[in-house]
Ligand binder design. Structure first.
Ligand SMILES: [Fe+2]
Length: 265
């Protein structure tokens, strides 16, 4: 913030240019007129004030942008939470389900070494992967007995509906593909697209394990919750058929105590 005026006996253009490049306000060569100095000082003072005002304005603007950014993010997360609540209001069995799936998926992603951006995206996908169930008939969603072929075909549409609903508020491909493919199986017998092995996006393979574990260990209209050990064994048994072996390995390495703390959006 100090304004520098170089006064020198060297009358050399290249030195003058060098001084101005280094930030000098002006360059005077001897002999110079003393009466010019007050005017020079006044100009330097004005320029300094202008610079200070500029930097204050810049700082103010940056703070305003940050506040707006925070508000937009809060609104965005609020709208996602509203969607989760819509599904929970429709289907009591999904209360807490998506939160736990999100939390499990996040932990698996950590073990697999995914970066924090991808982990956060997976958290969003985990919370919203089943939102498409709002488009599934209540009598099918709450049916206590086994589903007929037609009913099962209807329920198989939910990942596509989830993807469609989310595509209005989310453009991120990682999130959308994780949601769309969370019921695919490594052996190609899943849905909606029957993808095989590495055709299935990593996010979807992680969600599949988290989703299956959570579903097995919670109560459903047609069966009681399975104990954690049996659910873990079932996941292990299905690796390479239903689940990706690497994802299963990562999941099984997580201590059970770490599995349940719920991670908010
Ligand atoms: Fe699902």
């Amino acid at each position: 913030n100090i304004m520098v005026v170089v006064i020198t006996s060297h009358n050399d253009i290249s030195t003058a240019v060098e001084c101005m490049k280094e930030g000098a306000f002006d360059y005077l060569t001897k002999p110079f007129q003393l009466e010019k100095i007050p005017l020079l000082v006044e100009r330097a003072r004005e320029l300094k004030e202008l610079r200070i005002r500029e930097s204050l304005l810049k700082k103010e603007l940056e703070e305003k942008i940050q506040i707006q950014h925070r508000k937009i993010r809060e609104l965005f997360l609020g709208s996602l939470n509203a969607l989760v609540r819509v599904l929970e209001a429709k289907d009591e069995y999904t209360v807490g389900h998506s939160r736990t799936v999100a939390s499990l998926a996040y932990e698996i992603a950590k073990v697999l070494g995914l970066g924090s951006t991808l982990r956060k995206k997976l958290l969003i996908a985990g919370h919203l992967h089943d939102i498409g169930k709002v488009g599934i008939r209540d009598d099918i969603l709450r049916k206590p007995g086994p589903l007929t072929r037609e009913e099962f075909e209807h329920i198989r549409r939910h990942p596509l509906i989830s993807e469609e609903i989310l595509s209005y508020v989310i453009k991120d491909k990682f999130i959308l593909s994780s949601v769309r493919h969370h019921h695919e199986r490594i052996n190609g017998r899943g849905y909606p697209d029957g993808l095989k092995g590495d055709e299935i996006p990593l996010g979807a393979k992680i969600l599949a394990v988290a989703d299956a574990y959570e579903a097995m260990t919670s109560h459903r209209p047609y069966r009681k919750a399975l104990p954690a050990e049996i659910a873990l064994r079932e996941i292990e048994r299905n690796k390479g058929y239903h689940f990706d072996p690497e994802v299963v390995k990562a999941f099984l390495s997580i201590p059970l105590t770490k599995i349940y703390p719920e991670t908010e959006l």
